[in-house]
Ligand binder design. Structure first.
Ligand code: SAH
Length: 412
């Protein structure tokens, strides 16, 4: 249930910003940082509306103010003024839903419905898992708006229940939450102790722990890469490192892989991977595939498998984001290089390496070059077959929105 959260102030904050920020806003960029503000009419609370003017006092953009974040304003609308109300929210949500309208016909009932800034709703993510909507907030600025977002959301996307998730940053500053907790917001039929929901992706059944799982419970952004792996898996011995709940593994199994080893540091994730296999045993190829799991650090496991002489025809490497801040980029690149060399150590010559990076701070070109150079340095050059990004329900609305990159390459 929604606690009483004070509504946003009626009075809008007026902002003047640096020429660089004016330029970025004219280009449609959704972020305004605190250092870019040169004049502010009055102090505001999280969720108040802020209007940004140019040097000639013309309207540039309107957005949600967040005094607790260096990302001070998340822009809702550029170019011309608008009343930000339930009708406005409804229109944005409906536009986002229209982009995903063809997904259910592909046997997919789990997908991202609202992808934050990339769908014109910065800091707000909504994932659909069949009849459950999971709302994830990345800024306190959405809290006073929740009572308007929910009716708009459920009008566009009828559902049985809505579950709330909060970003780590929001959870850490408990006092601003006005008693709001993660969990069921509206609806019924949800076992909060288990937190589990089921859904389909391209006809495969999966469970997701929408309360404790990473992101909102599943890495929906890899759906199309998983489908590609399915098409490449026939007859193969597959290694899936950073397997989480076995998404790539299950697709490989349905694609006819003989054997799949799923490696992850998280024992609960691999327990879920085994349950996901059980959910799909009626698919003959899934029933026929041998699926093994190993709880281990990926770097250690790769070195040990190599030592034992294990070799695979298809190796999938999909690590967590190694660089969330600019200062972490160099270390991330070194980690990608190390992982590449380790993964090639267990890839048979002529085998396929699928290597992904979801670090938004690591530029795609730099990632691909790093992987290829590491392969050359290891004496196992890569022959590139394909480069891909996120699934279609994760549109790219601004440069920072392009975070996922994936290389498919044959190992020499
Ligand atoms: N490929 C997955 C998503 C992977 S997310 C999918 O399609 O669903 C990254 C995973 O890496 C998480 O499950 C996390 O538990 C795991 N992880 C993080 N650090 C690790 C490490 N050092 N060794 C092994 N797994 C790790």
């Amino acid at each position: 249930m929604l606690p009483q959260i004070p509504p946003p102030a009626d009075r809008r904050i007026a902002l003047r910003v640096t020429p660089e920020a004016q330029h970025a806003l004219r280009q449609g960029h959704p972020w305004l940082f605190d250092q870019a503000i040169v004049h502010q009419s009055h102090a505001g609370a999280a969720g108040d509306l802020a209007v940004v003017f140019d040097d000639r006092r013309r309207f540039l953009a309107i957005g949600l103010y967040d005094p607790t974040s260096p990302l001070r304003v998340r822009i809702l609308q550029h170019g011309h003024p608008a009343a930000i109300d339930e009708a406005w929210l409804h229109a944005r949500i409906a536009a986002a839903a229209a982009l995903r309208a063809d997904l259910p016909a592909t046997g997919t009932t789990g997908y991202r419905l609202i992808h934050g800034e990339n769908d014109g709703l910065p800091g707000l993510v909504v994932d659909r898992y069949e009849d459950t909507l999971v709302v994830k907030l990345y800024t306190a600025a959405w809290l006073p708006w929740l009572s308007r977002v929910l009716p708009a959301l459920t009008a566009v996307q009828p559902c049985a229940r809505v579950v709330l998730r909060l970003s780590r940053k929001l959870l850490d500053r408990d006092e601003g939450l006005c008693g709001l907790r993660e969990g069921l917001l509206t609806g019924a039929g949800f076992d909060a102790a288990a937190g589990l929901v089921q859904f389909s992706e391209h006809g495969l059944r999966f469970e997701a722990d929408v309360l404790r799982g990473q992101k909102t419970g599943f890495f929906l952004d890899q759906r199309e890469n998983r489908a590609r792996v399915e098409r490449l898996a026939r007859g193969k011995r597959v290694l899936n490192v950073f397997a989480y709940t076995g998404g790539f593994s299950l697709y490989a199994a349905r694609g006819g892989a003989r054997e799949i080893l799923s490696v992850d540091l998280s024992a609960p994730a691999l327990d879920a991977a085994r349950r996901n296999f059980d959910l799909n045993r009626r698919a003959a190829a899934v029933a026929a595939a041998r699926h093994l799991t190993q709880v281990a650090d990926a770097f250690d496991a790769l070195a040990a498998l190599r030592e034992r002489g294990e070799r695979y025809d298809l190796v999938i490497v999909d690590p967590p984001a190694f660089a969330k801040r600019a200062a972490e980029v160099d270390a991330a690149l070194r980690a990608y290089a190390r992982l590449t060399a380790l993964a090639l150590g267990v890839t048979r010559p002529g085998g396929l390496l699928v290597s992904a990076s979801c670090s938004s701070r690591v530029d795609a070109e730099l990632f691909f070059t790093t992987v290829k150079r590491a392969a050359e340095a290891a004496g196992r050059p890569l022959y590139e077959r394909e480069r891909t990004g996120h699934a279609s329900d994760h549109p790219i609305g601004f440069p920072e929105g392009a975070y996922l990159k994936c290389l498919y390459a044959v190992a020499g």
